[in-house]
Design a binder for this molecule. Structure first.
Ligand SMILES: NC(=O)c1ccc[n+]([C@@H]2O[C@H](COP(=O)([O-])OP(=O)(O)OC[C@H]3O[C@@H](n4cnc5c(N)ncnc54)[C@H](OP(=O)(O)O)[C@@H]3O)[C@@H](O)[C@H]2O)c1
Length: 248
């Protein structure tokens, strides 16, 4: 684990999606960082990771009320936050929702759901949690996204809903970064592509031993390294797991 040297000793971090493949690994990485003061694990169900610094806060992306309550809880417990990582997302649901191979397989209902989880939900997290970012110290709000949400990088087609929802998330990040530069001049807001990672989200589409895929613990390490290197002029942009910029 790379210590998060970006922040002062005793800093506070919140991870939304704490029971997901990458979210859980991010929590575990935070747990072994001696600089962390408090860790807030946000998820629908209680995570099983145990550490005295972890506090569970429930929320559901499908209900703004639960996100508002979660942010109230964070405000009461932490006051302000230095690091917020949003590691939620959906690509398929193991049943009816699957990435579309072509436009004729697109379902409005499925697309609405994917937008809710990948774009609207994270925007609502931003609405309620961006005000909690520290104003006196450097703070980072990082949304896990995906390279396939880059319009300029789209060479294969397909995956309409997932691609479009992540492209929408990129616009939220850019727009929020402009607003934060006025209200929270020490805040950095980015989207991050974690690479291809063995998790329930990728499992149906990635062979177990596929090249260029990593375990969640390695992805968390990569994400931490990129977060460590973020400066104010990186805000509003999309970064991959190597710290290379992805064009929108
Ligand atoms: N894995 C990859 O290869 C890969 C590649 C590119 C980008 N990404 C991005 O990385 C992020 C994390 O993905 P992952 O691979 O860790 O996926 P994952 O293991 O499937 O985790 C997804 C997370 O989203 C949460 N979630 C879904 N619906 C929710 C809702 N209504 N309310 C609250 N939480 C909800 C899940 O909560 P539950 O545990 O309650 O279901 C889970 O914590 C996503 O944004 C994904 O697009 C992943």
């Amino acid at each position: 684990m790379t210590n998060l040297s970006n922040f002062n000793r005793g800093f506070s971090a919140a991870v939304f999606g704490a029971t997901g493949g990458i979210g859980r690994a991010l929590i575990e990485a935070l747990c072994i960082d001696p600089n962390v003061g408090s860790i807030f694990a946000l998820s629908r169900r209680k995570p099983d990771t145990i550490d005295r610094r972890i506090q569970w806060v429930p929320f559901d992306l499908e209900s703004e009320e639960t996100i508002r309550k979660a942010s109230d809880c964070l405000k009461t417990l932490a006051g302000s936050l230095n690091l917020v990582m949003v590691a939620t997302g959906v690509l398929h649901d193991n049943q009816d929702i699957r990435p579309e191979k072509n436009i004729k397989s697109l379902s409005g209902e499925a697309m609405d759901h994917i937008f809710r989880i990948n774009a609207t939900g994270p925007a609502l997290i931003a609405k309620h949690c961006a005000p909690l970012l520290s104003k006196s110290e450097k703070s980072i709000l990082a949304f896990l996204s995906a390279r396939v949400g880059s319009i300029s990088d789209n060479e294969l087609g397909g995956w309409y809903s997932y691609r479009a929802s992540k492209a929408a998330l990129h616009m939220v990040v850019k727009t929020l970064s402009i607003e934060l530069s006025r209200t929270h001049p020490k805040a950095i807001c980015v989207a991050m592509h974690p690479g291809t990672v063995h998790t329930p989200l990728s499992r149906p589409f990635v062979a177990e031993k596929a090249r260029n895929t990593v375990e969640p613990s390695e992805a968390a390490l990569n994400i931490t390294k990129v977060i460590n290197g973020l400066e104010l002029d990186h805000t509003g942009r999309i970064w991959d797991w190597q710290g290379k910029e992805i064009e929108p």
